[in-house]
Design a protein around this ligand. Structure first.
Ligand code: MN
Length: 212
């Protein structure tokens, strides 16, 4: 009886606490150096992303959105609710696609074949992707996204937008908001974008492609 009461009490506490939580990084704060420094992780993950989580918890409280997943909120809301949920979704996908730097990080599996088929080669895909990120005016994200048929697209999205809003599956993303790179790369956005290839965990991207 006592155990049951304790479980019920914990449930009450849990469900009245903040619903949306800060992503726990699956690597250490220095793991991505020198591409992304410990200091950038501290601000980008610890301050910016935490800020979006806090904002969404305040905005969603007492609304139907508090029990929805991030994808559904992004698809169904607008204004600040959509912006903050979008930024959480985008950053979760961004931070979860990284691993320690490796000079031979390359696409694997069906996605590797699809990239070669559509873009000619991985190198050509990289060039087009970086160009899209470098040319994006202001704050936003460059995405590799897939249709249900497996077709790939490179797209620029402003501010907090995400491919799920177009019914596409988000695969790979480079954050081009200045807060993502300014501490490490200052105004050299193309250098930051080119360096990111070293830390992409292509197994994660392939799993997203398989899950479309
Ligand atoms: Mn960011």
């Amino acid at each position: 009886m006592k155990t049951l009461y304790l479980i019920q009490l914990l449930n009450v506490i849990f469900f009245t606490m903040a619903k949306f939580e800060l992503l726990t990084l699956p690597y250490g704060a220095k793991a991505l150096e020198p591409v992304i420094s410990e200091q950038t992780i501290a601000y980008h993950h610890g301050r910016h992303l935490q800020g979006y989580v806090n904002n969404l918890n305040k905005l969603a409280e007492g609304t139907p959105f508090e029990s929805m997943n991030l994808e559904d909120i992004v698809r169904q809301s607008d204004g600040g609710m959509q912006n903050n949920a979008g930024q959480i979704l985008n950053h979760n996908l961004y931070f979860l696609q990284f691993a320690a730097p490796s000079s031979d990080a390359r696409p694997v599996g069906d996605l590797a074949a699809a990239i070669d088929r559509q873009f000619g080669s991985f190198e050509n895909f990289q060039k087009e992707f970086v160009q899209a990120g470098a040319a994006l005016f202001g704050s936003g994200w460059v995405w590799l996204e897939a249709g249900a048929d497996g077709k790939l697209y490179i797209s620029q999205y402003a501010n907090a937008a995400n491919p799920v809003q177009k019914g596409l599956t988000p695969l790979l993303t480079f954050d081009v908001w200045e807060h993502a790179y300014y501490l490490d790369w200052q105004n050299r956005r193309p250098d930051y974008l080119n360096a990111l290839w070293q830390i992409i965990d292509w197994q994660v991207i392939e799993e997203r492609y398989q899950g479309r």
